[in-house]
Ligand binder design. Sequence first.
Ligand code: EPU
Length: 421
Amino acid sequence: MDKIIVKGGHPLQGEVVVSGAKNAALPILASALLADGKSVYRNVPDLADVVTMLKVLETMGCGTARLTGRQKDMCEVAIEGPITPEAPYDLVKTMRASVLVLGPLVARFGRARVSMPGGCAIGARPIDQHLKGLKALGADITLTEGYVEARAKQLKGATVNFDVITVTGTENVMMAAVLARGRTVLENCAREPEVEELARVLNKMGARIQGAGTSVITIDGVESLKPVDHAILPDRIEAGTLMVAAAITGGNVLVKHAQPEHLESVILKLRETGCTITAEEKGLRVKAPKVVNSVDVKTTEHPGFPTDMQAQLMGLMTVASGTSVISESIFENRFMHVPELHRMGADITIQGHTAVVKGVKKLSGAPVMATDLRASASLVLAGLRAEGKTEVARIYHLDRGYERLERKLRKLGADIRRVKA
Ligand code: EPU
């Protein structure tokens, strides 16, 4: 298996471009199922998870193409023949977000059979709210042999109040409601920019959605949708990760395409650590302070501090002056980076859902590995700061959500390389 080898101690300098957002690309690709014909997506990141979503669509009978050369960030999905509305275990087990085909399939084809995602490294992650929403729209849901089967001749609009704020749950039910008869009102929705982006795409396809980006979304069902040509928004979590990379190395980096309005909580937190962050025409410039202040943070749903940035901020806090208290309120098991950061000399104590991080003078390179995407990113960040060599193993996690991270960091002056196993 490939590894990343980092030698720390190089302040990052220069400019880096953020790729398209993974967590917008995945539901948007699934939404292609809602219309006949060929949809074209631009600024699609080249990630293992995107490849998996394309495989899920291909298995059902969709035509897919990833264009190469200059157009390498383009991707096409065509619905031109019969569709088998089924997502098999083999694919869903490698990526939970495959469950995003459930809503579009039942809305469009009246039937869906999708393998139930199991637990995952960061938590139990049930899909009860997805199913509650689909049931409210009139789908008949059964669970057999590890599969969710949903059937409905015609979905009907309804009011759904989510018990838990869920990003993909909001997206799945929103995609189902666009073809339901009448009006659907979704309450207690996720307000993430990726939900808003999906609604933007669906509206371009002819849907009638209002309120995405707020906690109440109203959808007036339409008869049919048409394919779309859309460029996906930049990835705010990749942007945030690169911003922390500048901060942790004492660098000065322009993170191009970073959208300040999607990164408010991250920007505010990094300013508290002493970073100077300025919006420039092309993105956000991050100048690291001489000494990083420790800050406390609690992850919450958007617009709060994102759980997907918790591990990276913790990496930064390991070398801050003072003690930082980091609480994780979204997932029950998202501190897997902690034992690995210990191996690099970090001083962190976990008490339930809270980690207390006492800043240390220096980290030292070590062989480490992680079982989750963002945890892996935090280890790379810590490696950029550590004295000596850090070897990050199991980087297939990193490749699920970061497009050639080591190349981007190397361009900024990091001593980092991938070694093929
Ligand atoms: N939850 C339920 N029932 C449900 C759905 C969710 O109890 O039916 C709980 C979850 O167990 C969790 C909380 O609600 O405790 C929030 O989970 P959510 O459903 O919002 O997460 P998700 O939609 O599965 C997306 C991102 C994650 C990101 C979370 C939170 C995608 C494809 N994934 O997951 O991204 O951490 O929202 O913001 O959009 C990542 O990119 O590294 C990643 C894990």
